[in-house]
Design a binder for this molecule. Sequence first.
Ligand SMILES: Cc1cc2nc3c(=O)[nH]c(=O)nc-3n(C[C@H](O)[C@H](O)[C@H](O)COP(=O)(O)OP(=O)(O)OC[C@H]3O[C@@H](n4cnc5c(N)ncnc54)[C@H](O)[C@@H]3O)c2cc1C
Length: 379
Amino acid sequence: MKTDVLIIGGGLAGCATAYFLAREGIDVLLVERFDLNTQASGANAGSLHIQIPHDAFVTEGADWAREFAPTIRLMTESTKLWATIGAEIDCDLEVKITGGLLVAHTQGQMRDIGRKADIERRHGVNIEFLDRNEVRALAPYISDNVIGGAFCPDEGSANPLKATPGFAEAAMHHGARIMCNTEIVGLEDTSKGFVAQTTAGSIAARRIVNCGGADAGTVAALLGLNLPVEGHPIQVSVTEPAEALVPHLVYAAAEKLTLKQMRNGTFIIGGGWPATRRQNDNKLAVNLRSLRDNMRLALNVVPALADIHVVRSWPAIVNGTADWKPILGEVPGHAGFFMNMFPWMGFTAGPISALAVAELVMGRRPSFDLKRFSAQRYA
Ligand SMILES: Cc1cc2nc3c(=O)[nH]c(=O)nc-3n(C[C@H](O)[C@H](O)[C@H](O)COP(=O)(O)OP(=O)(O)OC[C@H]3O[C@@H](n4cnc5c(N)ncnc54)[C@H](O)[C@@H]3O)c2cc1C
């Protein structure tokens, strides 16, 4: 089998990259070892983030946040693209940009929010500092013990069950081919391009885009590259549907929390709490302590959730890097081999990362300069 561009991985990164290439008439073959959207892209919480994650700011510190902060612009641009791309691919992605509200229960948390907001504002984030009364006025559903917070009007949510399939459909509409249940098990860089060994035979490709998510490091290692991509088991929960109550994406400075109400009335509650690997078979499982602490925190922020049942919790692996920065673009010294790996918040950044990487693959100037996210930093 032959293709111009081989895309490895059928999550959001892979399917969106396939779309942005195929719409320009590029010959694309996407290979996925399972089915499309079965890993992080289909299991995530659907938040569209712009603010620096508060828990990371507290644990990693202000120097880390300053280093990370340029990544925010990529997420801001991606959120703008989320708002328009659904119409282009003819798919209702349930995008809702109603703002993200980070709330504090203590003066210490307010000070941390203020220090973080200073960094965010320097990187173009539209962020308002709110006192207790302003929080009440904006979000009457918030607990009385909240003393203030910060609001970013440009944040929101989209539906992870719709995004990747939507991009895949649109890519196929433009001629992209997709092979599922096929794993890439070997890669060779020959003088005439790449040869990929798969569980269904070999594929010759002029260029490759590695969209392997948490396994992007393993895929890169097939070419002898050492890219320290991490995979962490985390979990999310969904409630039964309820009357419209919470229009915003809500975070807490106290601990890990993301909470939002979807169009169908259900609440998605997460924030990156660890899931478990079962000892007997190494399979992922929900961690009950994480579930309890996550729900306790949610109730401490939105007390009305006490009357609403959680109906399902699920674990999945999130792709990570130690510095939280993405690995995007052509790998130096490996002409024709591109990375599209956005860690931790790759749902938010999926559309713009895919567009910019696709533009680089086509030899065009990218809509967003990806130089600072190059794999070069690991050389
Ligand atoms: C529980 C959870 C909640 C999250 N919440 C949010 C959120 O609210 N907002 C946000 O912005 N981000 C969130 N994320 C992160 C986000 O989901 C991911 O960063 C993003 O989906 C990564 O997309 P991807 O396409 O790179 O990876 P994936 O969706 O993991 O896709 C990679 C694909 O590559 C395939 N693959 C790997 N190796 C091979 C191989 N050798 N051959 C063939 N195929 C291969 C895999 O099977 C997989 O399907 C969350 C993640 C998790 C797990």
